[in-house]
Design a protein. Structure first.
Length: 247
């Protein structure tokens, strides 16, 4: 079974699933392995590895190795550019940043990275990536024309475009560590447009309540990163997110 099928099965079984984002630039590889183990024990369905700045090379490779050594859940690269492709990962979110002004984030990084993905035999999972205000670091790095928070119809139009382009996953991103996640009203508008295409929501989700509202609005996948980094009891924090998103 592919990683994508595993995620789909988990969504069909549980309604909404949780993924943990680990930024290799935020801690030593050993610590990343520890976080991943505790996150898996808390019920996270997979580990995403990525970040907008300072991710690549040996730091990335050691981090992925440690995570793989410490857990059995899939390890999926959440890339910022071609430097994020890592041979040790199980899969990669093959993103196109649909609302970027830069062709590099629409297709050039994808073309340059694709050859590595093929030769490393990592599973590519096609994802339409859409950045919503405030956008955080990734919004700046990706030069995104940020979707205004009060314009759910624009987010829905982009999401539908991603679906019609053949992307099987749509990712609504507010930016890592931002003050407020994507508004639930926007999530429900996007999900209504997408129907059965899978919807991932991340950025700024800090509380169980926020996660619960986003799941109820139609998110199939909730991603948290900063909330885990800031919590000493990773397992309890993830377990509580997982409980909060159960429909
Ligand atoms: C993944 O960028 C997010 O979509 C992670 O955001 O660090 O705010 O959880 P946080």
């Amino acid at each position: 079974m592919t990683i994508e099928q595993q995620l789909e099965e988990a969504i069909n079984r549980e309604g909404t699933i949780h993924l943990t984002l680990i930024d290799p630039d935020s801690q030593l590889p050993e610590e990343a392995g520890h976080i991943a183990r505790r996150a898996a024990q808390g019920g996270t369905a997979a580990i995403l590895v990525g970040g907008s700045v300072g991710v690549g090379g040996r730091g990335l490779e050691y981090t992925v190795n440690e995570i793989k050594d410490n857990t059995d859940v899939p390890v999926i690269i959440f890339p910022s550019d071609t430097g994020s492709v890592c041979s040790k990962a199980d899969a990669i979110f093959f993103l196109s940043l649909l609302n970027s002004r830069l062709v590099a984030y629409l297709t050039t990084n994808q073309a340059l990275g694709a050859v590595f993905i093929k030769s490393y035999r990592i599973e590519p999972i096609p994802v339409a990536y859409i950045i919503v205000e405030p956008g955080g670091t990734v919004g700046w790095v990706g030069d995104a024309r940020l979707i205004p928070r009060n314009k759910p119809e624009i987010a829905a139009a982009y999401a539908l475009a991603g679906k019609y382009l053949g992307m099987r996953w749509i990712y609504l991103e507010a930016g890592s560590g931002v003050s407020d996640p994507v508004p639930p009203e926007m999530v429900s508008a996007v999900k209504e447009a997408l129907e059965d295409t899978k919807l991932v929501v991340g950025g700024g989700i800090k509380t169980d309540k926020q996660a619960n509202l986003l799941a109820k609005a139609g998110a199939d996948v909730i991603v948290t990163g900063t909330a885990v980094e800031q919590n000493n009891d990773v397992q309890a924090s993830i377990a509580s997110f997982v409980r909060a998103i159960q429909r």
